[in-house]
Each structure stands twice: as C-alpha cells, then as structure tokens.
Design a protein around this ligand. Structure first.
Ligand code: PGA
Length: 250
C-alpha cells in the first residue's frame, strides 16, 4: 500500500549542463513503472533546467532545502513559496544542514510545516550520530527528532511526509547500516508515528539513507518497513542509480 520512493540527493554536485546530461541518461536507463516512485534533487540553480529535462517523464523533482518564510531579507535563501510549482519534494533537516549549518529541530519543524502549507512533499531526514549510536541513544534521538520536527503537523498532512532514516555514521562513509538494523530502526520510527497518528502511520513512507549502493540496495529495500532510499553518492552515476531503482522493483 506504500509506493517506495527512490530519491537522489545530488548535494552540491553537478553544474546545470551536467544535471541536464545526467537526467537524459537516467531517462534512457529507467523503466517507466507504477510500482516505484523516482525523484532527483539537484542543486537550486539546476532545478529549472532539470524540470525542462524531465518533461514528459514520470521522474519527480525535489529540492534539497527551503526557507520557511515566503519571502524577505534572508540573503542566499530560497523559500518554500518559490519552490512550490517547480518541485514535488523538498529534503528537510538533512544531517549536513543540521551539523554544518546549525539547523535546530525548531527550524526544521518550521520548514516541514511551511513546505506542507504550500503543497510540497517534505522528505524529513532524521538519524543519530556515531557517538549517540555507540552510547545506545539511537531510539531516544529518533523519538526526540520525530516529536520536535513534527510539532503541529496533522495526521492528514503527515501522510504527505516521507521520513528518511539516515544514521549519520552511514552517510558518505561506505558503511551502510545492515538491512536488519535499518529495518529495526525504521519499525521503531513507524511505531512512534503510530502513537502520534494512529493508522495513518501505515501509509507514511519511511526510507533508509546512508551509503546505499547497487550492491546493498536489494537487501535493504526488501525489508518490510523500508519504503525506498535516499541516495547520495550513488545517485550521481546514472547506472548506479538505475540499478538501485531496479533493486526496488524486485
Ligand atoms: P550517501 O548519502 O548515499 O552518499 O551516503 C546519503 C544522504 O546523505 O542522503
């Protein structure tokens, strides 16, 4: 009943021309299908060209961040309002935003609510650091992030949120969580969502992210609670990203 979402987080990679070329390659490699949703999230400057390159394709477009205010004196920022109509998805609260740019749960929550209000579908990233993991605090961290990041988000709106469970120690390290561990954490997240939202929790997509590759995708994506992946490094190569999508189709 949940359609998996394979989303590519390109991070700060690809010029406009490179983004167009990657999308062309993806369009030739990715089979049109109904059972897996696919999205690419290029940098802001490439979004317009990416949208044009995706015309007539079922591949969706996402942004990597957004400011919750509709407009104003926020030099260098791009608002949810500006993204509405241009993209379908927006990644919110990625650990790089939280760690490198000091984003708090309060700010992340404001972004989630603002994105929902303008019709964007947030991909809300949560996950523990290595230190928190080793100290046995993973569940406490996930519980806190879910509570604080979803303040004043109704069950109806929550159904439009995709959660990405991304253990920070797995991002860009080549050391993914095991499929069993990822399944366990994501089942925990779903249980938390069930407490807050009841049966709606069963329709909320929860992805895994962190060093997903063609080699580990099939095992990770075959877990019952894992509804797709947020893919960083491997989304920059069309063949790898296509292989991950194919793994989701199995
Ligand atoms: P990675 O990044 O696939 O390169 O580990 C995942 C992410 O940051 O979303």
């Amino acid at each position: 009943m949940r359609t998996p979402l394979i989303a590519g987080n390109w991070k700060m990679n690809k010029t406009i021309g490179e983004a167009q070329a990657l999308i062309e390659e993806l369009r030739s490699l990715l089979p049109a299908n109904e059972s897996v949703e696919i999205a690419v999230c290029p940098p802001y400057v490439a979004l317009t060209a990416a949208k044009a390159a995706l015309a007539g394709s079922s591949i969706k477009l996402g942004a990597q961040n957004a400011h919750p205010e509709p407009k104003g004196a926020f030099t260098g920022e791009v608002s949810v309002t500006m993204l509405a109509g241009l993209v379908d998805y927006v990644i919110i609260g990625h650990s790089e935003r939280r760690q490198l740019f000091g984003e708090s749960d309060v700010f992340v929550n404001a972004k989630v609510r603002a994105a929902l209000a303008v019709g964007l579908n947030p991909i809300l990233c949560i996950g523990e650091t290595l230190a928190e993991n080793e100290a046995g605090q993973t569940e406490a961290v996930l519980e806190r992030q879910l509570r604080d990041d979803l303040v004043n988000v109704s069950a109806e709106s929550a159904a439009r949120v995709t959660i990405a469970y991304e253990p920070i120690w797995a991002i860009g390290t080549g050391r993914a969580a095991t499929a069993a561990d990822a399944q366990q954490r994501i089942a925990f997240i779903r249980a938390q969502l069930r407490q807050k939202y009841g049966a709606v929790a069963d329709s909320i997509r929860i992805q895994y992210g962190g060093s997903v590759t063609p080699a580990n995708a099939e095992e990770i994506l075959s877990q019952p609670d894992i509804d797709g992946a947020l893919v960083g490094g491997a989304s920059l190569k069309a063949a790898d990203f296509a292989a991950i999508v194919r793994a989701a189709l199995k």
